[in-house]
Each structure stands twice: as structure tokens, then as C-alpha cells.
Design a protein around this ligand. Structure first.
Ligand code: AMP
Length: 420
């Protein structure tokens, strides 16, 4: 490759046919299972107004503060390639008054997102997520349904050794009190905190709990836990979620320090990890965001969802046995006169949903048959001058080796009557 060759951008990936077949089977499974749970697909644009994310994700998150691909376009608008989907879906929900159409809206997406992160295995700058967002119910039944849906998809695509970590971060009232308690606790340790945590101390102390620094994790071992600040309603809600998970026989790990730092996140929060992955072991993160729709200018509407990384899922699906779509018929064309008939016949067979290939390199009979064999076709149809003249095509059955003659105008009907 010389240095004039244009290459893809760091942190992005081409998904070549060998891989895309795995993507398709994962996507098919996602679409099938989400539909069993009554979720319908929503597709939103690749870019949005930047303020959607600064409001809908939060200025203080890593995503918004340092990872967004943002620019000002020729018309002076501040735009951003979407770095996550919940804000876009909530915007669409508000914009199209979906709450008036139906009291509960259950949506899912499979989409590409963009974050300027440091690329490594399982972490990219353009990556894909599938996720669901359920708007309209504050009740724990929907929390359990959303979690059951995630687990069901992961198991059905062959993931093993999943761990569901779950917590409730309570109502805004609970978090207000917890925030004060956490600041009180951290005050004496302030000088030992990292610069990032010191910044978060005033703006968003809950996010300090997300730290990966061992000395901070040590300090936080004795920090107050949010469940002590739940209101009675928060506690009842969480207990019900857990009760439903028990009924559904879904195993979970209570994680008192699993939090989401932004004001519009409420109550149930969860993540699912897989021990099949290395350092980047999180497959999916989710939770309630009862304040988000209102925050983006809609009517107060409860919501809950999750987002799962497609690349991580594919990495974790070790035994992905997706099969290539098989070509069923190969038409061997010989000589200039046959080419028009070959193209026409291929088209007619394809119209009958029979996967058909023909040679576009004008190769010899032997080379074309070799190619057909390599493709693993069930049949080859041979058309040359002799066959055109007699109107009788040669049909070769690859599994038995038998060869028979079929009239040109009967071939489509004949092939249609066979099972592949
Ligand atoms: P988040 O939207 O950050 O809560 O992430 C949800 C899921 O998306 C994670 O659990 C990962 O599976 C996946 N994910 C997040 N960031 C990346 C990335 N940069 N590259 C690949 N997958 C990612």
C-alpha cells in the first residue's frame, strides 16, 4: 500500500462480508425478540443539534465534555454526530407527540454512534448499539420487562456468564439528601481526590462513585450508600423490581454504589457484564430516566431503557455459527450468444427467490464449474451454442452428479418445483 492510499479513520471499522453475516444474524435475533416483547423500531437522524446532547446527556459527562464530534455548519448551526440514542429518541418522542398516540410507547433501535474515545479492543470511535426505550409507565413491571428483554436477547445469541448489576438511585428528593451526605463524607478526603473528582465534588459528587482510581475506590468503601436515603416510594418501587426479577428467575447482584450522576436519572439503574470480555466487560447499561422528557421540553413522562454495544456482543458471542447465504444455482454460460439468455434466466430465477449466480469473467467451462463447486451450489445450468440451438439446457445436480436435459422454457418451472 503506498502512502497515497486512503485509509479508514482511526477507531472506525469496515465490516466485511465475513463479519457482516454475523451482524445480520445478531440483528435478526434482536428484531425477532424485541417484537415478541412488543417493541417497535425507531430510526433517528445521524446528527442533531448539539444542545440536545448537552441537555439530554449532561454537560458534565465525559461524552459531552470531551468525546463529541461537533461542528458549526455553513448556516451557523451547532451540530453533533449522535454519541448516544436516548436523547434522540426522547426528542423524537416529544416532537411527534407519541405520548398522545398511545399511553405507553415501547421503541427499539439499532444504530451507529460516534464518540472520540481512545480506541482499543471493544472500544471504537464509530460503534453500534441496540437499545430500547419504554415511555409512559413509572411502574416496576416495565423495569422488569426491559431487563428481561435484555437478558433474553443476550442468552438467545449464545452469551454466557452474564452478570446483572442493579441498584436504585431513588427520586430527585432522595438524591438531593444523598448528595449532601456524600459531600460531607468526602470533605475530609478532598485533598486526596484526583483532579477530576475534585471538579465533580461541587457539580456532581455522585459521579465520583464512578472512579476507577484504586485509592479513591478505597476511600469510597466507607461512603454512605444511597439506599439509606431512599424515600418509602423509592424503596417500594425497587423491592417490586427485585421481586419481579425473582419471579422471572433472573439472577442479579445488588450494587449499592452503581449510580448515574444526572438529575433526570431516577430509581432503577443497571448494567450487564460478561466475563467472556476483557477489560471492556460491560455489554449493556440502562435505567430509568423519569425526568428526561420534561427536561427536553416535553410533558413529564416516565421512561426506562438500556443500550447495548453491538461490537462487544459480537466479541462475546464466541461460537457465532452464522452461515453464509448459499447460492443455489450457478449458470454456466459459454460463448457470446449465450450471455443474454444467461442474464435473463438468472433474473427469472432470482425473481422466484432462488439464489442464482453466473460467471461475469467469461471463464472456461471447467473454471466456471470449479467456481460453482467452490460456492457449494446445488445445481449448475449449462448454456452454450449447442444448448441454444436445441433449446435444451444441461442441468447438473451437484449432490448426485447426475446430469439431465431440460427445455429452456421449462427450466424456471422445473427449478421452482425442486427443494433446495
Ligand atoms: P453507554 O452508552 O456508555 O452506557 O454504553 C452502553 C454500551 O455501549 C456499553 O456497555 C458498551 O457495550 C457499548 N459501548 C460504549 N462505548 C463504546 C465504544 N466506544 N466502543 C464500543 N462499544 C461501546
Amino acid at each position: 500500500m503506498n502512502n497515497k492510499t486512503i485509509r479508514s479513520i482511526k477507531g472506525t471499522q469496515d465490516i466485511l462480508p465475513e463479519e457482516s453475516i454475523k451482524w445480520q444474524s445478531l440483528e435478526n435475533e434482536i428484531r425477532k425478540i424485541t417484537s415478541h416483547y412488543g417493541y417497535e423500531e425507531i430510526r433517528t437522524p445521524a446528527f442533531e443539534q448539539t444542545k440536545l446532547f448537552s441537555r439530554g446527556v449532561g454537560e458534565e459527562t465525559d461524552i459531552v465534555s470531551k468525546e463529541m464530534y461537533s461542528w458549526t455548519d455553513q448556516g451557523g448551526e451547532n451540530l453533533t454526530l449522535k454519541p448516544e440514542l436516548t436523547a434522540s429518541v426522547a426528542r423524537a418522542y416529544i416532537q411527534h407527540n407519541l405520548g398522545l398516540v398511545s399511553p405507553v410507547n415501547k421503541l427499539y433501535y439499532i444504530d451507529a454512534l460516534f464518540r472520540r474515545e481512545r480506541p482499543q479492543k471493544g472500544r471504537y470511535r464509530q460503534f453500534h448499539q441496540f437499545g430500547v426505550e419504554a415511555f409512559g409507565s413509572e411502574h416496576p413491571e416495565i423495569d422488569a420487562e426491559v431487563i428481561a428483554l435484555a437478558i433474553s436477547i443476550f442468552y438467545s445469541v449464545g452469551l454466557e456468564e452474564l452478570q446483572l448489576n442493579i441498584n436504585s438511585i431513588g427520586s430527585p428528593e432522595c438524591r438531593k439528601n444523598y448528595r449532601i451526605a456524600l459531600q460531607e463524607f468526602l470533605k475530609p478526603h478532598f485533598s486526596n481526590l484526583s483532579e477530576t473528582s475534585q471538579k465533580r465534588f461541587n457539580n456532581n459528587p455522585l459521579r465520583i462513585l464512578d472512579t476507577k482510581a484504586p485509592h479513591e475506590i478505597n476511600i469510597l468503601n466507607d461512603a454512605p450508600i444511597i439506599s439509606n436515603y431512599w424515600t418509602d416510594e423509592d424503596e417500594t418501587h425497587f423491592k417490586k423490581v427485585i421481586e419481579y426479577l425473582d419471579i422471572l428467575e433472573i439472577k442479579y447482584q445488588l450494587m449499592p454504589r452503581l449510580v448515574r450522576g444526572l438529575d433526570y436519572y431516577t430509581r432503577t439503574t443497571f448494567e450487564i457484564t460478561s466475563s467472556n470480555l476483557g477489560a471492556q466487560d460491560a455489554i449493556c447499561g440502562g435505567g430509568r430516566y423519569d425526568g428526561l422528557v420534561e427536561m427536553l421540553g416535553g410533558k413529564p413522562t416516565p421512561g426506562i431503557g438500556f443500550a447495548a454495544g453491538m461490537e462487544r456482543l459480537l466479541l462475546a458471542m464466541k461460537n457465532n455459527q452464522s452461515k453464509k447465504n448459499k447460492v443455489q444455482i450457478y449458470i454456466v454460460g459459454l460463448g457470446d450468444n449465450a450471455r443474454g439468455t444467461v442474464i435473463k434466466l438468472a433474473e427469472e430465477l432470482r425473481q422466484q427467490n432462488i439464489a442464482t449466480e453466473f460467471d461475469v469473467l467469461r471463464r472456461s467451462l471447467k473454471a466456471q464449474l470449479r467456481e460453482a463447486n467452490k460456492m457449494g451450489v446445488s445445481y449448475a445450468i449449462i448454456i452454450g451454442d449447442k444448448e441454444l440451438e436445441s433449446n435444451q439446457l444441461e442441468l447438473k445436480n451437484f449432490s448426485t452428479g447426475n446430469q439431465q436435459k431440460i427445455e429452456l422454457n421449462k427450466i424456471v418451472e422445473h427449478m421452482n418445483s425442486l427443494s433446495f
